[in-house]
Design a binder for this molecule. Structure first.
Ligand code: FAD
Length: 428
């Protein structure tokens, strides 16, 4: 806690999630001192900052962004926006990635966040410390970071928000016999544009958003694409240059791919669009009682906070969501926990709830790697977070004092409703 008695928060990452945390902390100057936002690159925007380079950056860190040159958003701007910060109405619904970066830069400038960001500074370690002196028994967080010039610094915080993203560490599945393949193996993380692949035969593995989008780009650049996936059927048609195939089961000694239905194909490139691993190299997750697997981190109460450490928050780990809306709800819920507005159940109760939810999903047949997928369940989740904040006693007290000054927007009712209505009505 700062000398003024206000809370000190560290934010790891200045992507959309980290900026959202900073924006809402800065809006609560009575409770929080301005946050310290650590950002390993020299810019804001995270994923939305297009880097033509692949491999490592000037400081030797792996390139963070997986953005490719011609990407357009797969969500319309009407549901993508932070509910309290609309996109420029002149822009089309589906944006080029550069428009999203500009939007985030505007968000950062409009909320005067930049002075609170430590650029080119990587967080190396975060650990809980039980204070033995001034505030005996209180739990603080030690954050060890390293700046561009190599200088290490250690700072103490009341709370840490992990906003380091989860689309950077490529997930590479094990494919039996892959050593026999003499062509190029790459992950979509390092894909930037299709021209170098023109005229080549490519097996794209995985038909998630990136797999499909990259297959279409490649086919339009005259590559012969085999899109190998385990989905029953894709609900849209693909260009002539893309042929669908069953999952790859192995690579034979002559370097050809064998698919699940027994068919074979030769290719020059294997493009893995197989997603990303969760990775938090700065956390001793097991010591914190957390299990971090490729596609899962648990236990997190409300997909956000470890029951054993309710001042550590993981923003935006869920999948198939409207990310900015999601961050906006989670962040305000987390800040309400910190300022005492929301009272959490006991550690045991929270752990029990997480176990029950995971078990219930497993019983419904949800695979472990899909446990964090929300999809249409996200709207009830946002409502639950918003209701918990607005129904708590602390919130009612504060609302009477502050409501005239501060407009709080937790759930983007109107844009989402309007968008859903538009979809129902069809194009106008
Ligand atoms: P990021 O944007 O990844 O930001 C994390 C930040 O943390 C980075 O700036 C990074 O440098 C920093 N960082 C990481 N580790 C450290 C450390 N140790 N110390 C200091 N700083 C650190 N979402 C949509 O809404 N619509 C779309 O159309 C869409 N398309 C996408 C397409 C692709 C190819 C990808 C990969 C993602 C897409 N997304 C889309 C999801 C997108 O990731 C989210 O919208 C959002 O940008 C995630 O924000 P974030 O802040 O959680 O993470």
């Amino acid at each position: 806690m700062s000398q003024s008695g206000k809370l000190r928060v560290a934010v790891i990452g200045a992507g959309a999630a980290g900026l959202c945390v900073a924006r809402h902390i800065l809006a609560r100057p009575l409770t929080f001192v301005p946050p310290v936002v650590y950002e390993l690159t020299d810019h804001v925007g995270g994923t939305w900052f297009y880097e033509e380079r692949v491999g490592t950056d000037d400081n030797g860190y792996p390139i963070h962004s997986s953005m490719y040159r011609d990407l357009r958003t797969n969500l319309p701007k009407e549901v993508m926006m932070f509910p309290d910060f609309p996109f420029d109405p002149k822009l089309p619904s589906f944006l080029h990635h550069q428009d999203v970066l500009h939007y985030l830069e505007n968000y950062c400038n409009s909320h005067a966040i930049t002075p609170h960001i430590k650029f080119s500074t990587v967080v190396e370690e975060v650990k809980p410390i039980t204070m033995e002196t001034e505030r005996e028994g209180a739990l603080m967080w030690e954050v060890i970071s390293c700046g561009k010039c190599g200088g290490q610094s250690t700072e103490m915080f009341d709370s840490v928000f992990v906003c380091s993203g989860h689309y950077s560490d490529p997930h590479v599945p094990s494919i039996p016999g892959l050593e026999h393949f003499k062509g190029t193996v790459m992950h979509s993380h390092s894909y930037r544009y299709p021209e170098p692949f023109s005229g080549q035969s490519i097996v794209v593995l995985g038909a998630g958003a990136s797999g499909v989008d990259i297959s279409i780009e490649l086919a339009q650049a005259n590559a012969q694409v085999i899109l190998s996936h385990n989905k029953p059927a894709l609900p849209f048609s693909l260009p002539a240059g893309v042929r669908q195939a069953a999952p790859v089961v192995r690579v034979l000694e002559d370097g050809s791919f064998e698919f699940q239905d027994g068919s074979l194909a030769h290719a020059q490139v294997l493009m893995l669009c197989t997603g990303y691993n969760f990775t938090f190299p700065f956390l001793h997750s097991t010591q914190l009682g957390l299990q971090v697997q490729e596609h899962l981190i648990t236990p997190l109460y409300k997909f956000l906070v470890p029951p054993a450490y309710p001042s550590l928050f993981f923003v935006g780990i869920c999948k198939v969501i409207c990310p900015f809306v999601h961050f906006n709800c989670q962040v305000q819920f987390a800040l309400a926990i910190l300022d005492g507005t929301v009272k959490l159940p006991s550690r045991e109760e929270m752990e029990k709830e997480v176990r029950r939810e995971m078990q219930e999903k497993a019983e419904r047949g949800v695979q472990t790697k899909h446990l964090l997928k929300m999809d249409s369940e996200q709207w009830d989740y946002y409502k639950m977070l918003a209701r918990t904040v607005s129904h708590s006693d602390g919130w009612k007290e504060k609302r009477t004092i502050r409501s005239r000054k501060r407009k709080v927007v937790l759930v983007p009712h109107s844009p989402v409703r309007r968008w859903k209505q538009k979809l129902r009505n069809g194009p106008q």
